[in-house]
Design a protein around this ligand. Sequence first.
Ligand SMILES: Nc1nc2c(ncn2[C@@H]2O[C@H](COP(=O)(O)OP(=O)(O)O)[C@@H](O)[C@H]2O)c(=O)[nH]1
Ligand SMILES: [Mg+2]
Length: 471
Amino acid sequence: MFDSLAKRFAGIFSGLGSGKLTERNIEDGIKEVRQALLEADVGLDVVKGFIERVRAKAVGLTTLQGVRPADQFVKIVKDEMVALLGGEPARIRWNDRGPTVIMMVGLQGTGKTTTTGKIAKFLRKRESKKPLLVAADVQRPAAIEQLRVLGKQLDIPVYAEEAGRPPKICRRGIERATELGCDVVLLDTAGRLHIDDELMDELEDIRDRTKPNEIWLVVDSMLGQDAVTSAREFNERLDVTGVILTKTDGDSRGGAALAVREVTGKPIRYVGTGEKLDQLEAFVPDRMAQRILGMGDVVSLVEQAQDVIDQKQAAEAAERLFMNRTTLDDVAAQLQMMQKMGGMKDVLKKLPGAAQLDEAQLQQAMPKDQDIKRMIAVVQSMTPAEREDPKLLHMQRRHRVARGSGTSVKMVGDVINMHRQMQRQMKDLKKQGLMGKIAARKIQKDKKRRLKEKKKSGGSEFGGWFAPKKA
Ligand SMILES: Nc1nc2c(ncn2[C@@H]2O[C@H](COP(=O)(O)OP(=O)(O)O)[C@@H](O)[C@H]2O)c(=O)[nH]1
Ligand SMILES: [Mg+2]
């Protein structure tokens, strides 16, 4: 959803350069930020407020010492973006006595029923809750059936009545939850294509009779400003406690996501990222701001990595890295991790700087998953001694390994280069830690020199894919 906006921002920020910022530069930067937000369909009022806050902070930017002014500007925009999205992630108000009631509301087709199922699944997994779903949409018989099917799929109980009025159904649903020992009740209410009084009266009635702990408004991010308008109306009538943005996997420009918090004053709780039941993410403003600003979603990348890495193994690998005793087994481990983390493209996209790469550049910057498999095979065809000390791998041995792994001598060379790159990066990091800025500057110089050398020697096919460089 935020792809084009992220690309835009990354461009604006790199356009600021690394030198001193003048008032003129800042003004240009602000103008571009404004334009980018307007193009993303954020809405004029929200953009205005945002820009005013950024400008107020950006005045006198050049006075801070020791930090690049451009970075300061980026930080200001980022902080404001986090504030716009809601600051701290919101927490659920659990009921300490009896089941917690969560009422789902929203227009028809926004994804209420699907999201109800997703949330139930999410809360069961992440919060160890025992949910029950209530079919409170009696407008369409198909709606009840849809929820039943969902419940069966998830193995979560569903309370439904063929006839009767929704407020009473909801009350009885909560009673059933208590009987079954369920501690969360999700009310899947009816929607309409447009907001009308009849619907609102019904929803108010449900609210008054069930006293929900949370009222979550489901908003379709594809609807842009219309989504924001309907969110405002729902909130005025029902005083919702949170918003869930669905269909963020679509090609909307992101305006609704950015404006809905400011307009309703209510936090975004989750985002739906696809039709499948596990495609729901908790909404973390700081993380989302980084993604929007093209800074790369480093945090979620790390989390994703944590999911697949064995912690003990990781600690051992880190120690070897630090002692500069990495072997080709570490290279293989890293490759295996990438394989587990899923498509390389998804991983790369989350790295800082990668937002600026277009599809073709991304394709070029990464080894194909097929190649990852082959590279692992290369390492597996080496003797333990060779893995320990890649220097042993002279030409004859490389031929043997290539044959053994069914690959090419070139690929064997690429794997050895990866190992070298790993060691170099570690050295760079150490230098930075020990000698601070002087070291950092020297590393920059070294890098330039190495880049030149690499150009001369032709480089490896996958050169630079550990840290994708701007093309
Ligand atoms: N791509 C995508 N589709 C979604 C998402 N959430 C819901 N949908 C789809 O939106 C359509 C309407 O969903 P439904 O839950 O029936 O909406 P309701 O009328 O509000 O209950 C269905 O086809 C869902 O699969 C999402 O996050 N991404
Ligand atoms: Mg529905």
